[in-house]
Design a protein around this ligand. Structure first.
Ligand code: SAM
Length: 355
């Protein structure tokens, strides 16, 4: 699919035409990665963040956030829960927390790997080569780092560099993660003020260009305590160019991503579920997604990890998150995945390398 066709789909509002797109993506999903929906237990282990991203509710400058960092024992207890629930992967996500040092995280990875066979995905922001190497050696399997938007100027505006630290290039960082042997995930927010249809089509082309294994996309949701949210999300572009941050736009991007990158793992994200609590997550699965990430973070911390307001599942227990996910999967006639659920793209890549 070329850029022009992609833009046409992104701008399409005809329901019958969009059903054609959905069916095409769903057929690619079924043929390439099957009916399994893999479950990843998500642990939001710290909301402490040294960054001041203009869009994010847990940015350093938001003084109204009560901060927490989970203890090693609390995280290991979540890993045990993931095993009890039959999940194959634990995702450890946090703000860019200086207290999560190379040694602290390596120790945590080793503790989880000693007790379980879980695959471990890290999503801890832009970390240096030394930490990323140590974590890979400790047993981490995957790393998620969204490039947020391929529009460099817009990215620099919404994601300023950390004070006193050199600016890092997230695209280069993804290459570094690949060279260390991680399964690599990235993604974008959809409908950032100032993001055009052409930018978004370029994002999807870049997913392919980067040869990613996992791709997570979700609508940008304004947070009232952030500079971008305070401006009311007023588009900096004309309406004919500005991408809206709607559920349907999120679904279109999931579908186009599946068609463009057939063998990758694509989660039906919390942002989709937040925009439509009843059906958002199932719709994501119907438009090309094959992963769900039920939240295992202890309830007392959930509300504090408010990257955007009214986040879905922010008051649920881990059991409720699991039960909802299983009900949704079975309700769609799909199958809860077994095992680690490594990306088919990653497996194919490695089988080429090994032959
Ligand atoms: N600190 C790590 C990082 O930046 O990669 C991981 C945590 S960060 C909170 C995880 C993701 O949340 C970001 O990549 C971003 O896409 C998403 N996010 C943050 N604020 C958001 C918002 N207001 N609306 C939608 N997604 C948001």
């Amino acid at each position: 699919m070329d850029r022009q066709e992609m833009v046409q789909w992104l701008q399409c509002n005809d329901e019958a035409d969009l059903e054609v797109l959905r069916k095409r993506a769903d057929a690619v999903r079924s043929a390439q990665v099957g009916d399994d929906v893999h479950l990843r237990g998500l642990v939001e282990l710290s909301n402490i963040c040294a960054r001041d991203c203009l869009y994010c509710g847990i940015r350093a400058g938001n003084a109204s956030v009560a901060r927490y960092r989970m203890s090693r024992e609390e995280v290991v207890a979540c890993a045990r829960l993931a095993v009890d629930f039959g999940f194959g992967t634990l995702v450890l996500q946090a703000g860019e927390d200086p207290g999560l040092t190379g040694a602290v995280v390596a120790d945590l990875i080793k503790a989880i790997k000693q007790e379980t066979d879980l695959a471990i995905t890290l999503s801890l922001g832009e970390r240096d080569l030394e930490d990323l190497t140590a974590w890979r050696q400790a047993g981490a399997d995957r790393y998620l780092l969204r490039f947020e938007t391929s529009n460099r100027e817009l990215f620099r505006y919404i994601h300023p560099p950390r004070v006193g630290q050199p600016e890092r290039d997230r695209i280069e960082h993804l290459g570094l993660l690949r060279s260390l042997g991680y399964e690599v995930g990235s993604g974008v927010m959809i409908g950032i003020p100032g993001q055009s249809y052409d930018d978004l089509a370029q994002d999807i082309e870049l997913f392919k260009g980067l040869g990613l294994d996992m791709i997570g996309v979700g609508p940008y949701i304004p947070h009232q305590d952030t500079p971008l949210g305070k401006s009311g999300g007023v588009p900096l572009l004309g309406v004919e160019q500005q991408v809206p941050n709607t559920l349907v736009m999120g679904l279109k991007v999931v579908a186009l991503t599946r068609i463009t990158c057939p063998q990758v793992n694509i989660p039906s994200t919390t942002a989709l579920a937040t925009l439509d609590r009843q059906t958002g997550r199932e719709q994501g699965l119907n438009w090309g997604a094959n992963i769900i990430m039920p939240n295992l973070t202890p309830v007392q911390y959930r509300r504090m990890y408010e990257i955007y307001p009214s986040k879905a599942a922010s008051t649920e227990t881990a059991e409720q998150s699991r039960d909802t996910a299983l009900r949704q999967i079975v309700g769609l006639g799909r199958v809860p995945g077994r095992g680690r659920g490594d990306s088919k793209h990653f497996q194919t890549l490695n089988s080429f390398k090994n032959n």
